[in-house]
Ligand binder design. Structure first.
Ligand SMILES: O=P(O)(O)OC[C@@H](O)[C@H]1O[C@@H](OP(=O)(O)O)[C@@H](O)[C@@H](O)[C@@H]1O
Ligand SMILES: [Mg+2]
Ligand SMILES: [Zn+2]
Length: 177
């Protein structure tokens, strides 16, 4: 199956060092909603794997987080597309969970949900941890220059990392391949 997995903050929406703490603070990056809709209309299943330590830190609650994801889902639907499974890690960095990136737990959850193989599956992120999570399960690490992407570009990346300007460029590449 054509499965594409996306990080959320810095890939789909603007990120902030102060965390994205409300639906009002959750603002799509230019072209990202259209990109997801076009991919889904072209037969891609688009899923999301996002760290949300703001939950553990008490910055926002699960209901607020899910309202953000409902907003995302409805915006994609308005463009005629369909968003797939959204998986989040609500834990803090010191909790030792299995789901927080760079651990690949969320990618594995998504793959199991769809009965899909992660080998070579594109996982698009803006942080090194996203790329490392992909690498851990032989998925294809893909870096975008939005969000924290330009800072990440200056770090030592997994050798096979693909680099794109933004999610719209990824959609154009995958749809017109
Ligand atoms: O990029 P994704 O995984 O969708 O979500 C990242 C967010 O959960 C937040 O992750 C935090 O990292 P720490 O969780 O504090 O290490 C910081 O980088 C915040 O700026 C960022 O908004
Ligand atoms: Mg991110
Ligand atoms: Zn977790």
């Amino acid at each position: 199956m054509k499965l594409l997995i996306l990080d959320r903050d810095g890939v789909i929406n603007f990120d902030s060092d102060a965390y994205i703490k409300s639906v009002e603070e959750w603002i799509p990056l230019p072209g990202s909603i259209e990109a997801i809709a076009q991919l889904s209309k072209a037969g891609w299943t688009v899923a999301v794997a996002t760290n949300q330590s703001g939950i553990a830190r008490g910055y926002y609650d699960v209901a607020t987080l899910e309202a953000m994801h409902e907003r995302l889902r409805s915006l994609v639907a308005e463009q005629g597309g369909e968003l797939g499974l959204v998986v989040y890690c609500p834990h803090g960095p010191d909790e030792g969970c299995a789901c927080r990136k760079p651990k690949p737990g969320m990618l594995q959850t998504i793959a199991a949900h769809y009965g899909a193989d992660l080998a070579g599956c594109w996982f698009v992120g803006d942080s090194l941890g996203d790329l490392q999570a992909a690498q851990a399960v032989d998925a294809q690490p893909v870096l975008v220059k939005t969000g924290k992407g330009l800072q990440t570009l200056a770090k030592e990346l997994p050798v096979n990392t693909l680099i794109f300007d933004d999610l719209a460029a990824i959609a154009a590449d995958l749809i017109h391949k």
